[in-house]
Ligand binder design. Structure first.
Ligand code: HSE
Length: 442
C-alpha cells in the first residue's frame, strides 16, 4: 500500500542513466522550483541505480547503487522511475517496486505493451499507480489527452506517426535524397533510435505504442501480439517519388480503427494525401490523430523521441503521482482509461480484411496489351483503378506501372496480384503500399 508522505519532499528513485534518464535529471534540476509550485512540495531524486559510471552526469548528493534492485526496494523511495528499457530486468524491477508499495513511472513501451495487463492488475491490487505517458510519442501528452481530455467520446480511430526514427529516415530520403542506412546512423547518433534499431525500422516500436493507444482508446486489453506489423526497410526512393507524383506522401503509420466487425490494429508504411496534416509531419516529429464521435478529429503533434522531450513526459507523470499522493486513491484515473472491470476484449481483424485504396508498382514487359491484361485481372477481383502512371523503360528494360486503386478489401487485391505474378508479362515482385484516407468518406 502506498505510503502517506505528507508534505515532505517526494523521494524519487531512478534506474538507468541513458538518454531519457539524463534528460529527466536535467528537467528536474532546471525546473525544480516551477515543479514544486505545481505540486505543493519538492520532487527530489534521492537514489539512482546505474550499472556503470556515466562521466559528466552530476549525481552530487544522490545515493548511487550498482544494484538496481536496491533502488526498487529502497524504503526511502516513494516513486520508482524505470528508464533502463528492455523487458526482462525492467519487469523484475517494476514488480519489486510495486510489491514494496511504490508508484512507478516508466518510458518503457515494450514492457507496457507486453506485460502491461498483468502489471496494471498488480498495481491495482497494491493501490499504486503506473505512469507511462513517455512510452508513446515521446513528449506529446497523447495518453493523457485520450484518457482524460477525450474521455467523453467513443473513439472511432487513432492514426499516428509514432516512431521518430522512422519518420526522420523517410523525411531525409524524400527531402534530401539520402540513403536509408546513412540516415539511420544519424538517428542513432542523435539518440532517437532504440538500442536495437530494427525495432524502429521494422515497426516493432510503433506496434508497442499502437498497442497502448488502442487499449486506452477502445477500453480493450493490451494486445501487442495481435498487431499486424510492417516496417519501412523496403521503401525505396522511387516509391517516395511516385507517391508524390500521385499527390501523396509515404509515412510509417500506426492505425487502430473500430469497425462493426472488430478492431484493425496495424503498423505499416502508407500513402497519405499530401494535404493531410499527418503528411506534413516531418523529421523526428510525431503526431497522433484521434477521431472521437463528439469532438471529431483532433491532432496531437510534437517531438516523438529525444532526451528532453521524453523527459518532459516522464516528469509530468512524476507530477501526476505526486498529486495523487495527496488525493483519494479510489478515484484515480484508471490505467487504461476504463475501469479495470470494464476493459473488454474485442475481435481484432486480420490485415486481409482491411479495406483501403492501394498503391501498386509493377515491373512489366514493354509489350502491346500489357496494361489491358493487368487491368482485366484486377477487374476480375473487383479492383478498380483511380490512376495509372506508366514509366517508359529504356529499350529491353521493363516498364514501371504505378497503379492507385479505389478502396478494396486487401484479400481481393492480393489474389489479383498472385494471378499477375504468375504471368510472364510481370517481372519481379510488386511493391504494394496501403493508402490511408484518415477517415475521409467514412
Ligand atoms: N526509438 C523511438 C523513436 C524512441 O524513434 O520513436 C521514442 O520512443
Amino acid at each position: 500500500m502506498h505510503k502517506d508522505v505528507g508534505l515532505e519532499p517526494i523521494r524519487v528513485g531512478l534506474v538507468g542513466l541513458g538518454t531519457v534518464a539524463q534528460g529527466t535529471l536535467s528537467v528536474l534540476a532546471q525546473n525544480a522550483e516551477e515543479i514544486s509550485r505545481r505540486i505543493g512540495r519538492p520532487l527530489v531524486i534521492t537514489h539512482v541505480g546505474a550499472r556503470r559510471d556515466r562521466p559528466g552526469v552530476d549525481l552530487t548528493g544522490i545515493k548511487v547503487s550498482r544494484d538496481l534492485m536496491a533502488v526498487a526496494q529502497d524504503p526511502d523511495v516513494d516513486v520508482f522511475v524505470e528508464l533502463i528499457g528492455g523487458t526482462d530486468d525492467a519487469l523484475a524491477l517494476i514488480e519489486a517496486a510495486i510489491q514494496s508499495g511504490k508508484h512507478v513511472v516508466t518510458a518503457n513501451k515494450a514492457l507496457i505493451a507486453i506485460h502491461g495487463n498483468r502489471l496494471f492488475q498488480m498495481a491495482e491490487d497494491a493501490g499504486v499507480m503506473i505512469g507511462f505517458e513517455a512510452s508513446v510519442a515521446g513528449g506529446i501528452p497523447v495518453i493523457k489527452a485520450i484518457r482524460e481530455g477525450l474521455a467523453a467520446n467513443q473513439i472511432a480511430w487513432v492514426a499516428g506517426i509514432i516512431n521518430g526514427t522512422g519518420n526522420f529516415i523517410l523525411t531525409a530520403m524524400r527531402e534530401e535524397g539520402r540513403a536509408f542506412d546513412d540516415v539511420l546512423q544519424q538517428a542513432q547518433a542523435l539518440g532517437y533510435a532504440e538500442a536495437d534499431p530494427t525495432f524502429d525500422v521494422e515497426g516493432i516500436d510503433a506496434a508497442h505504442k499502437l498497442t497502448i493507444l488502442a487499449a486506452i482508446a477502445f477500453g480493450m486489453p493490451l494486445s501487442f501480439e495481435r498487431v499486424s506489423t510492417e516496417g519501412i526497410s523496403k521503401i525505396q526512393s522511387i516509391d517516395l517519388d511516385y507517391a508524390e507524383a500521385l499527390g501523396y506522401r509515404i509515412k510509417h503509420l500506426g492505425v487502430a480503427r473500430r469497425t462493426e466487425s472488430g478492431v484493425e490494429l496495424r503498423v505499416h508504411p502508407a500513402l497519405i494525401p499530401e494535404k493531410a496534416l499527418l503528411a506534413n509531419v516531418n523529421g523526428v516529429m510525431n503526431a497522433v490523430q484521434v477521431h472521437g464521435d463528439a469532438v471529431g478529429s483532433t491532432l496531437f503533434y510534437g517531438p516523438g523521441a529525444g532526451s528532453l522531450p521524453t523527459a518532459s513526459a516522464v516528469v509530468a507523470d512524476l507530477i501526476d503521482v505526486a498529486r495523487v499522493l495527496t488525493a483519494d486513491p479510489t478515484n484515480r484515473v484508471p490505467h487504461l482509461a476504463f475501469q479495470p472491470s470494464a476493459v473488454a476484449d474485442l475481435p481484432i481483424l486480420a490485415l486481409d480484411q482491411t479495406r483501403c485504396p492501394f498503391y501498386v508498382r509493377l515491373s512489366v514487359r514493354d509489350e502491346v496489351g500489357v496494361l489491358a491484361r493487368v487491368t482485366r485481372v484486377l477487374a476480375d477481383y473487383q479492383v478498380s483503378l483511380e490512376s495509372v502512371i506508366q514509366k517508359e523503360g529504356v529499350e529491353g528494360h521493363p516498364v514501371g506501372l504505378i497503379l492507385l486503386t479505389h478502396t478494396v478489401e486487401e484479400a481481393s487485391l492480393r489474389k489479383a496480384l498472385a494471378v499477375l505474378a504468375a504471368e510472364p508479362i510481370v517481372q519481379g515482385e510488386a511493391v504494394v503500399l496501403r493508402v490511408e484516407t484518415l477517415g475521409a468518406g467514412s
